[in-house]
Design a protein around this ligand. Structure first.
Ligand code: SF4
Length: 220
């Protein structure tokens, strides 16, 4: 008979198997989520010297993929590539030209100011996704970020929030994108990882949830 502990281990092993195939494929590819990551050092480790995921990371990724499964628009998880970078658009309506990026987070922004303060990388992701769509001859008229809380919302915050993301001049976004891709490729080909950003600490986001925290900061 299986024990509770054995069942926990079995479940985690199944989750690890579920995530593994995607993880191995992504390791050899450059993805838009790499480009918008808050930490280039983490992306360097993921591509060049990855650590196995701890149970918390495994479950977080698994919950994220489960929460993404319900389609909202005609094109769901649309895979696109542009200039060697891959992405998967969560939701897209080709008739209306609507793009939606879904995020499952513990902190839901209340205002556009909070959105810009805490999630500027997600805004950039949506603007780049619009670029990917237009570069693949698909129109974009409106783009949205849809936040859904994981667990209980903080007091005074809603469990769900949607923000429209302004679409910027396509040429400007294209120039920024090309520069970032070139910089990223050079960074990832370096034999050593980029330095730890000076403002990062082991007790603050994004390091608090990072599996490379002890590698970066040792014992604390
Ligand atoms: S612990 Fe912090 S500095 Fe180190 S890889 Fe992770 S996010 Fe980057």
């Amino acid at each position: 008979m299986i024990s509770p502990t054995e069942l926990e281990v079995y479940f985690l092993r199944k989750v690890a198997e579920y995530n593994r195939e995607e993880g191995e494929r992504r390791r050899n590819e450059l993805h838009l989520t790499d480009l918008i990551s808050e930490c280039k050092r983490r992306v360097w480790f993921d591509k060049n010297d990855p650590l196995p995921d701890d149970p918390e990371s495994l479950l977080r990724m698994w919950q994220g993929s489960m929460l993404h499964q319900m389609p909202l628009l005609p094109e769901h998880e649309l895979e696109l590539e542009f200039l060697g970078v891959k992405t998967r658009i969560d939701e897209y309506d080709p008739e209306l030209g609507i793009l939606i990026e879904k995020k499952f987070v513990t902190f839901i922004p209340k205002t556009p100011d909070e959105l810009r303060k805490y999630y500027s990388h997600y805004i950039k992701q949506v603007q780049y996704e619009a670029l990917f769509l237009m570069a693949n001859n698909m129109k974009v008229n409106k783009a949205f970020l849809l936040f859904v809380v994981r667990g209980e919302p903080e007091p005074g915050r809603k469990p769900i929030a949607v923000f429209e993301v302004p679409l910027l001049d396509g040429n400007l976004v294209m120039t920024q994108f090309i520069e970032e891709v070139e910089t990223y490729k050079i960074t990832l080909q370096s034999p050593t990882p980029p330095d730890i950003p000076k403002i990062y600490s082991p007790f603050e986001y994004p390091c608090t949830y990072c599996k490379y925290r002890s590698r970066c900061f040792g014992r604390w």
